[in-house]
Design a protein. Structure first.
Length: 294
């Protein structure tokens, strides 16, 4: 039943390989727990009490509330799929009460650090230097995910119309404008690529020094390296630049619905996490400036 569900996620829902692997791990862990604890091997004989027992066990093992939420989300999705296939199937996870998650600020690069982060001195005048410069600038200028960057095709970058077509989760398409500063960096990369590889044609837009498509691990390592040059930054992943893109837009007064579309979020709730950074920033300014703040 799990394999059928994973097949559905992959080919019908078009979930990412990372999400499918996480769901598979969570579901197998749950059903192993149910079998070992309650000697139940039939998914339709699982009840809410068993799920609550699993949550309690996870909390005793110091599993974070965020991880527990993800595990139960996988379980709920699995049982919704069972109901889709069989109208008589039950969803024992439907009304499970989850532990509260502490609100956390999304990590981002402070605006004061942006110029230093993208300083040309960090990027040599070589093919890899021009590529890495564009890789960093594009993540910040568009807010795309590293998966989306890795999958970016040559035809997706339209310099004549100054737009980038991004294929997001579930093959959902969105169009992002190319700002003038990014256009110049794209042009530098394309010229360096032609000089390095002559007239060779590529399907993917970003390539390695050997002419292969970039993978997500490569992107992570390069971004991690450049963010590591700033000791103020504790988090150093490509997602930090996505967070920075959204936070800076909202700090400058961008409409949250517009930011939602730019990020490719399916609902506003996912975008609202970035307003916490803006609110905290306002609190800091208030405390520094208002005579009665202390």
């Amino acid at each position: 039943m799990i394999e059928q569900f994973l097949h559905y996620l992959k080919f019908e829902k078009r979930y990412s390989a990372h999400t499918i692997t996480a769901y598979e791990s969570d579901l197998k862990a749950f059903f192993e727990f149910v079998y070992e604890t309650f000697h139940v091997s039939d998914a339709q004989k699982v009840d809410e009490k068993m799920i609550r027992n699993w949550i309690t066990t996870l909390m005793e093992q110091n599993v974070s509330a965020r991880s527990i939420h993800r595990k139960i989300s996988a379980l709920k999705a699995f049982y919704r799929y069972q109901q889709r296939e069989d109208s008589d199937a039950l969803n024992p996870a439907a009304n499970v009460i989850l532990p509260k998650m502490a609100k956390r600020l999304t990590p981002f690069v402070p605006e004061s650090c942006i110029e230093e982060l993208f300083d040309d001195a960090h990027f040599p005048d070589t093919f890899s230097g021009f590529r890495d410069k564009l890789l960093m600038e594009m993540l910040y200028a568009t807010g795309m995910r590293r998966m989306e960057l890795a999958q970016l095709k040559e035809s997706d970058v339209d310099l004549s119309n100054k737009t980038i077509k991004i294929t997001g989760k579930g093959n959902k398409m969105r169009i992002i404008p190319i700002p003038s500063g990014l256009e110049r960096i794209i042009d530098n990369y394309i010229k360096a690529r032609i000089e390095e590889f002559k007239e060779k044609q590529f399907d993917t837009f970003f390539i390695t020094e050997t002419g292969n498509a970039l993978n997500e691990k490569f992107i992570y390592r390069r971004v991690n390296y450049y963010l590591s040059l700033n000791p103020q930054l504790e988090k150093r992943s490509p997602h930090v630049l996505r967070h920075t893109f959204a936070t800076h837009l909202l700090d400058k007064g961008a409409d949250i619905n517009a930011v939602k579309e730019l990020l490719g979020h399916s609902n506003l709730t996912a975008t609202q996490i970035y307003t916490h950074n803006t609110i905290e920033n306002l609190k800091t300014i208030y405390k520094q400036a208002h005579p009665r703040a202390k």
